[in-house]
Design a protein around this ligand. Structure first.
Ligand code: SF4
Length: 445
């Protein structure tokens, strides 16, 4: 069970020295209990207290990394059942299965599909994150060869090595151990050997059992064998089983701090019917899977799943914002038009996208309005004539352009006169209300 604030307080130095940034040890203890502070912030905590509190203040779902380098995937660290309570932390990863029984051409095509899956949506790079290589051939030599070939063709893509055969697992893991793959396939029959491989190569272990009781017994056994980093598969395959098992696991971890199930969950969504596969994947993204494995890559499926994942894992408390500055779009020259908008990410990416479509090189002044859209920022008094004038003056843009014309969004046409008053010598032109009218507007000038 998690410790209460008072229980944590008893273990702190009780000097109220404020070095942790909190006025008292009790206030810090309360934040620790709510998992809103890190124990590292107190420099004077004793080693003994650190041991007890470290365990108690760790996220209820263990933090696990899959792969290494820029494209490594972080999983776990979740603290809440529902996103509106705080936020979900690490987005669910999508992996596509490559069977080692597939032809080399099929394997190459699938790996190419992964490498080309990346799309840019409101400034975030979204992609198929990992490849699960399965030993469908039951041939350890073929398995090792396919794992090596994929690692060489796609060195940055995290790998999941899926086999229940410890001999095949050992050879394949050894070949790519530096890439920190996940070894998936430990069960009751092979737990000792698989745990030994994971421990030797310091990689996470995917553990599977049918049902939560069996899974709990297995993770406790494997932890006893010295493997801390696990990803769990409760054997759920139907939609109903997946929702039930994933929800029980999340509740047990978050509400009861039940460590034996406090691990990221992997969901095998592969189905012959791609629509059903997409729906199973949607359940996984929505209800607590940390990895969803797909059988194939289709652009329609990617788009739906990427968008859903992005929406669910966007922090609802923090508006998505871009940096305040004047962006050059295209080969903007001093004569190019100057437009202005707010720094809500969606607004910025839609407006800049439409300007790009127009092929008219343009400067886009993006003003910090705390991530609000144009109309909301105007209504909130953050996108006003005075603030726009101040931003334009302080940006230094006057020294970079050969004119003094500012194009404002049509929705705030009402501000045009007041901006001209605040910016002597400037002409304010009212642009279109909707961004999709920008290309025609810019081309017509
Ligand atoms: S730094 Fe440690 S000792 Fe000082 S107030 Fe914070 S919790 Fe208490």
């Amino acid at each position: 069970m998690a410790l209460t604030g008072v229980e944590i307080f008893k273990l702190l130095p009780k000097t109220n020295c404020k070095k942790c940034g909190h006025p008292t040890c009790l206030a810090f203890a309360m934040k620790l209990a709510q998992r809103q502070a890190s124990l590292d912030a107190c420099p004077d905590v004793s080693e003994e207290a650190k041991k007890v509190l470290g365990e108690a203040s760790a996220p209820p779902i263990r933090s696990i990394a899959l792969g290494s380098g820029d494209k490594a995937v972080k999983m776990g660290e979740e603290n809440v059942l529902f996103r509106h309570e705080k936020r979900f932390v690490n987005p669910c990863a999508f992996a596509v299965e490559v069977k080692d029984s597939m032809s080399d051409d099929e394997i190459n095509n699938t790996v190419d599909g992964v490498l080309n899956s990346e799309i840019d949506r409101v400034g975030q790079k979204l992609r198929i994150d990992a490849i699960l290589v399965s030993n469908a051939s039951n041939d350890a030599g073929r398995f090792e060869g396919v794992v090596k070939a994929i690692a060489s063709k796609a060195p940055a893509v995290p790998l999941i090595i899926a086999t229940g055969n410890p001999a095949a697992a050992e050879a394949a893991v050894k070949a790519v151990a530096d890439k920190k793959p996940l070894l998936y396939g430990a069960d009751e029959s092979n737990a000792d050997a698989m745990a030994n491989i994971a421990k030797t190569h310091k990689i996470p272990l995917g553990v599977t059992a049918k049902g939560l009781d069996a899974l709990t017994a297995l993770t406790e056994k494997i932890k006893g064998l010295g493997v801390e980093d696990m990803v769990i598969d409760p054997g759920a395959r139907t939609a109903k089983e997946i929702i039930e098992a994933n929800t029980y696991i999340r509740r047990a971890a978050i509400k009861k701090n039940f460590k034996a199930l406090g691990y990221p969950v992997i969901t095998l969504a592969q189905r012959d019917d791609k629509m059903v596969e997409a729906l199973i994947a949607v359940l996984g993204v929505t209800k607590y899977s940390s990895i969803v494995v797909l059988s194939s890559i289709e652009k329609w499926k990617n788009l739906a799943l990427f968008t859903l994942r992005q929406n669910i894992y966007t922090d609802p408390q923090v508006p998505m914002q871009v940096e305040q500055k004047v962006y050059k779009i295209g080969e903007a020259t001093p004569e190019s038009p100057l437009t202005i908008t707010t720094n809500f990410s969606l607004t910025y990416f839609i407006v800049s996208g439409e300007i790009e479509n127009s092929k008219v090189p343009t400067r886009l002044a993006v003003m910090d309005c705390e991530g609000l859209s144009v109309l909301t920022a105007w209504a909130a008094g953050k996108f006003t004539a005075s603030k726009i004038a101040q931003f334009i003056q302080e940006s230094g843009i006057e020294n970079e352009i050969s004119h003094k014309e500012l194009i404002i969004p049509g929705y705030v046409a009402i501000l045009s006169g007041a901006i001209e008053d605040k910016l002597p010598g400037w002409k304010v032109t009212v642009g279109p209300r909707e961004a999709n009218a920008l290309p025609a507007f810019l081309k017509s000038r």
